[in-house]
Design a protein around this ligand. Structure first.
Ligand code: C2G
Length: 130
């Protein structure tokens, strides 16, 4: 079984996230999503609208996703890859080059971000709406 892993906050789930997850799943047979905890989001400077449990439940309902695990820090990726016997690490290309060191233990792939959609843009357009 070919395992794929990806990491993120996945707040206010939108089609950019879904297209990332769909393409990630196409790279293997089993997709693990390491979901940023509320505490780690604080370290990332992100204030997620939905809690970790709410975001986890939504991700687990997506047909491409096989397992959701917590992402608690920046340093856990190599351990996760070894522990879960991951073949491919995938991120959107806004992270291009940032995780190349992981190529020592798996294939590292950066997928093109879906243009014109982001959690931040959703929040700001809703705030602007009268
Ligand atoms: N993404 C995308 N297209 C978008 C928006 C997001 O392909 N329009 C991708 C991002 O590139 C990322 C994933 O969806 O691979 C999740 O996005 P975020 O929740 O914003 O993840 P981020 O905060 O970048 O967390 O350790 C890694 C971090 O946890 C990544």
């Amino acid at each position: 079984m070919k395992k794929v892993i990806t990491y993120g906050t996945f707040d206010l789930l939108h089609y950019g996230h879904i297209l990332l997850l769909q393409r990630a799943k196409e790279l293997g047979d089993y997709l693990i999503v390491a979901l940023s905890t509320d505490q780690f989001n604080g370290l990332k400077g992100k204030d997620a609208y939905f809690t970790y449990e709410e975001r986890k439940m939504m991700l687990e309902s997506i047909k491409y996703v096989d397992l959701v695990i917590p992402e608690e820090n920046w340093e856990q990726k190599q351990k996760d890859i070894i522990q879960w016997e991951v073949d491919t690490f995938v991120m959107g290309d806004d992270w291009e080059g940032k995780f190349d060191e992981l190529s020592d233990c798996c294939t590292v792939i950066y997928l093109a971000r879906t243009p014109d959609i982001s959690t931040t843009s959703i929040k700001s357009s809703l705030q602007a709406t009268p």
